[in-house]
Design a binder for this molecule. Structure first.
Ligand code: UTP
Length: 228
């Protein structure tokens, strides 16, 4: 069975827009796909993480402490998805990549959040993809794919349907420096999948048709990142 890792942003899972309805639909889709694919899902922290990180920073907490708050939010989101999967996945998110890989045979779908301070959930997903030798890594985000600039700020931004890892890294900047929100895909995570030769597919997670096609390895609306 092909192993697929899905990194799903908190901005997709819980933006505050019919979240329970969306998560139920997502869980139904993942449930169906899990009969033909081994799925590993890593959930992001989104605005819940941001809320705690911003307030904690104002209160003078250290960056590792703020990261810990972010990790708790990613694990809460993981539990929400586990709940919607009604027994198809583990109930409690594993706290390490090794832990997630080790329960593969016990569950149709393995769901986890972050691991330790200094990372992003994109990086956790890339490490997991490398560890389980995933066929591809799907990054479900809040935009349709990778753009030449931030499409929410620049109306001239264009979506690229194909690009190389180096092009993605050049667009994304330096990676996780401090707790809080990041770019479309963490460049450190991009370096890891590039090294492992794992294709990265960037897709709008709220577009379940695009998400389904990307997981199945069919043509999809979004961006494919791989070596040319
Ligand atoms: P995310 O990686 O989800 O960041 O983790 P994000 O940019 O908010 O992602 P979206 O919006 O969900 O797509 C939230 C924060 O939790 C900490 C980091 O501070 C990160 O910014 N974190 C997360 C860690 O320190 N380690 C982890 O393994 C995961």
């Amino acid at each position: 069975m092909a192993r697929i890792v899905l990194s799903i942003g908190g901005s997709v899972l819980v933006p505050g827009d019919k979240d329970a309805e969306y998560i139920a639909d997502l869980a139904a889709l993942l449930g169906k796909l899990s009969s033909r694919h081994k799925l590993f899902v890593v959930t992001g922290g989104g605005k819940v993480a941001r809320y705690y990180i911003e307030n904690g920073r104002e209160l003078g907490m250290t960056e590792p402490q703020l990261d810990e708050l972010g990790i708790i939010a990613t694990r809460m989101n993981a539990r929400l998805l586990c709940g919607a999967l009604h027994g198809l996945s583990n109930a409690i998110p594993p706290e390490t990549v090794e832990g997630a890989a080790s329960i593969e045979s016990k569950h149709r779908i393995v769901v986890m959040g972050g691991t330790s301070p200094g990372w992003t959930t994109d990086f956790v997903a890339a490490s997991l993809a490398e560890s389980v030798k995933a066929e591809r890594l799907v990054n479900a985000t809040s935009v349709d794919g990778v753009y030449t600039a931030d499409p929410k700020k620049d109306r001239k931004a264009k979506m690229l349907s194909k690009m190389t890892y180096d092009e993605l890294i050049a667009l994304s900047g330096s990676g996780h420096r401090k707790a809080g929100p990041s770019v479309v895909f963490d460049p450190q995570a991009a370096r890891l999948v590039a090294k492992a030769g794992i294709p990265l597919l960037v897709v709008n997670g709220r577009d379940l048709e695009a998400l389904r096609s990307s997981i199945e390895g069919k043509r999809f609306h979004g961006t494919t990142v791989q070596e040319v």
